[in-house]
Design a protein around this ligand. Sequence first.
Ligand SMILES: CC(C)(COP(=O)(O)OP(=O)(O)OC[C@H]1O[C@@H](n2cnc3c(N)ncnc32)[C@H](O)[C@@H]1OP(=O)(O)O)[C@@H](O)C(=O)NCCC(=O)NCCS
Length: 222
Amino acid sequence: MMSSNIDFVCPVEADLYEAVMEHLRLTFFWEEPLNVCVSLCEARGSGHPKLEAVCLDTLQDGLSIVALSDGKVVGCALNGSQSRQQLDEAIEQTYAETDKKFRGIFAMLYENNREINLFGKYNVHDIFECRILSVDPEYRGRGIARILLDQSIQEAQLRGFKLFKVDATSAISQRICKSRGLTLEHELLYADRLDPDTGKPAFAPPPPHFGLQIYTQLFQSE
Ligand SMILES: CC(C)(COP(=O)(O)OP(=O)(O)OC[C@H]1O[C@@H](n2cnc3c(N)ncnc32)[C@H](O)[C@@H]1OP(=O)(O)O)[C@@H](O)C(=O)NCCC(=O)NCCS
């Protein structure tokens, strides 16, 4: 599909995985508010093996969408499928992580998802999750993230999922979710999430980012 000279591609073939990863090292890894406030990566463009493993695992679910400009990756929605059992396993693996920064972010995300138990609430086995939304700084403000989200929602419905979900950690992605009419399921203020070692807030990102919001869309069966 074309929009303003941008191609939106789904599924993402394996020969694009490294280009997607390179895009993420330059954008999401370095700029996502929680990654910023814990200094997850050393510099823009530097990798993070554990985060890369999460991204690769998600790409292999075959649900992600990439935005290409003249063949260059300029944005992506990394989407995956998750069952209750996979969430429980992910939590256990995260608690065993030695990287405190990575563990802190993912434990917070997974615990909040376990707490709200969308599997039980909507009686679903698998949830379509939009895990990462990222756009190249030079291409921002043109609606690319909005299109990536819209297409992810369409993809979820097309693949027969009953529930679409986004863990929105940034005020901008939250604004996009609201504008698409998604349902706000849950909110955690970052100031309320304390670091068990220091007793102080674990995350203090710069404004306008203030908390985690979890959004959903339920597809009605015919
Ligand atoms: C979040 C991100 C993907 C948005 O990409 P984008 O393509 O620029 O977003 P869009 O152009 O689709 O804009 C969507 C909305 O956000 C608003 N917006 C975009 N950038 C903004 C900014 N820096 N400040 C305030 N609002 C902004 C737009 O005005 C638009 O709102 P509107 O529909 O009410 O006009 C991009 O900023 C990014 O990659 N950030 C770093 C990674 C990150 O934090 N990802 C989200 C974590 S879940």
